[in-house]
Design a protein around this ligand. Structure first.
Ligand code: ACO
Length: 465
């Protein structure tokens, strides 16, 4: 390549989520939780889940096939394919290698990239790899495809309502409608045991819920402060930035309430980092918070309430729209923040998005986190086309099947009991799956998994409906 590729970013987005969900109000009753705990306390309405018919491989096969068909991309145009996931079904064989089943028949085997794992962050690491590849001397002019997929399931107990499942595929290349802002990539990584999966025979994590929230919020503080610093270094003449810098902010979403707190938390950072005169002028009645230290406030109810109230209009303007899929499907783990991007795009008019800047916060327990920003194109034709390809999302959400909590629990027990069983014939319904869904047909005695696909709707191939 003789020239540096311009406007590297996301050329196309595709999302899949389970065709079945459990209602969170019904789950509250079933679990004996107080009314409103899951729906108001956590901010969740529905939780998508997969029966034993779907695993991380099938989710990835579905999302990649759907993206290539919807956008009519020949397999040979993809030069890099990688997967971010924490749903490990094999300690050696990557999900990427399973996806090669889609590419080999088309004669495509020269395909760089492999899997990346760290809780909900692996997809962002894979995305950064893809962007770096396109911007590097290794780039061969083809496009990169990044796949994030997970099945988020918790043992029965307080964490179970924060599950979910799904997959997002992102096509990465130059001249994209959503471009990565260069030089603005703030990372915060450290060792923590907040959420981890030490029992390799189980799908369930070990979770220290309170610590995970503290880790998430402290990662957010650190990433945002570093992003502000990086911006100041690159724009030495400009005023220090604050939340006004972003037209929208999207977050990794374990549950929606945490994200509302997180937007307010960015406001708290702005407050702490602004000069005293500005604080006094812009935050009347906040004098009591003059000497607070961020690290003392993770669970400070007074601070949290004051800043959430103050920043409610900004939350409504910059973040609320991005929570649609998280509210309806739950935590998808690696795809969660990119589901936020899809939600923002499908819930905004083209005119509201043109030329706008989106702040992105990605978090994975353990812990790894980043904040970066995307700039949306000012080309209304390009953006309209990009958005039109996502017009299938809401009708698909609306066509899901509701399952009673008793049935959901039974299906979870089947998954739990047969995790890693071999040989194994799944029993979950195939009829309930969406058209074009890959599903697990069988696992043989050598643990080899065979997949089939439900007949796709012609409209996937015909683009947007
Ligand atoms: N009506 C309204 N609100 C209620 C009600 C009610 N009846 N009952 C409780 N609430 C509120 C609580 O006050 C609390 O609000 P707060 O967070 O503002 O204090 C909220 O509902 C949750 O109630 P808790 O008692 O704090 O919930 P619990 O401790 O049982 O579990 C938790 C919550 C820790 C998030 C748990 O679901 C969990 O461990 N989830 C997995 C870990 C996770 O998602 N961590 C986040 C980052 S890491 C990651 O992404 C995996």
């Amino acid at each position: 390549m003789s020239s540096w590729p311009e406007n590297v970013g996301i050329l196309a987005l595709e999302i899949v989520f389970p065709s079945q969900f459990v209602d969170q109000t019904e789950l509250e009753v079933y679990d004996g939780a107080s009314a409103g705990k899951y729906t108001i306390g956590l901010g969740q309405s529905r939780m998508g889940f997969c029966s034993d018919r779907e695993d991380v491989n099938s989710l990835c096969l579905t999302v990649v096939s759907n993206l290539l068909q919807r956008h009519k991309i020949p397999h040979s145009k993809i030069g890099r394919l990688e997967v971010g996931t924490e749903t490990i079904v094999d300690k050696s064989k990557s999900v990427k290698s399973v996806l090669m089943q889609l590419f080999e028949p088309e004669g495509v085997t020269d395909l760089e990239g492999i899997d990346t794992t760290n809780a909900c962050y692996g997809g962002t690491a894979a995305l950064f790899n893809a962007v770096n590849w396109v911007e590097s001397s290794s780039w061969n002019g083809r496009l990169a495809l990044v796949v994030c997929a997970d099945i988020a399931v918790y043992a029965q107990g307080s964490a179970r309502p924060t599950g979910g499942a799904g997959a997002v595929a992102m096509l990465v290349g130059p001249n994209a409608p959503l471009t990565f802002d260069r030089g603005l990539r703030a990372c915060f990584m450290k060792h923590a045991y907040d959420f981890y999966k030490p029992d390799l025979s189980s799908e369930y994590p070990v979770v220290d819920g309170k610590l995970s929230i503290q880790c998430y919020l402290s990662a957010l503080d650190n990433c945002y402060q570093l992003y502000r610093k990086q911006y100041a270094q690159r724009n030495s003449e400009a005023k220090p930035i604050n939340l006004d810098h972003f037209d929208a902010v999207i977050f990794h979403t374990p549950y929606c309430k945490l994200v509302q707190k997180s937007l307010a938390r960015l406001g708290l950072n702005d407050y702490v980092l602004s000069p005293k005169e500005q604080r006094l002028a812009e935050y009347p009645g906040f004098e009591q918070f003059e000497s607070i230290k961020l690290e003392d406030t993770y669970f400070d109810r007074d601070v949290e309430k004051a800043f959430m109230t103050h920043y409610t209009p900004l939350f409504n303007a910059k973040t609320k729209k991005s929570l649609h899929l998280a509210n309806q499907v739950g935590n998808m783990y690696t795809p969660s923040v990119y589901g936020g991007l899809v939600s923002l795009l499908i819930n905004s008019d083209v005119s509201e998005l043109l030329g706008k800047k989106v702040g992105v916060f990605s978090y994975g327990s353990g812990l790894a986190s980043s904040m970066y920003s995307l700039s949306i194109t000012s080309d209304s034709q390009a953006l309209s086309t990009f958005k039109a390809h996502l017009s299938y999302v809401q009708p698909l959400l609306d066509s899901r099947h509701k399952v009673a909590p008793e049935e959901f629990t039974k299906l979870m027990e089947v998954r739990e009991k047969n995790n890693h069983a071999a040989p194994y014939e799944p029993t979950g319904s195939v009829d309930v799956l969406f058209p074009g869904t890959y599903f697990l047909k069988s696992v043989d005695k050598m643990h080899r998994r065979v997949y089939e696909r439900t007949p796709p709707k012609n409209s996937i191939a015909n683009c947007s409906s």
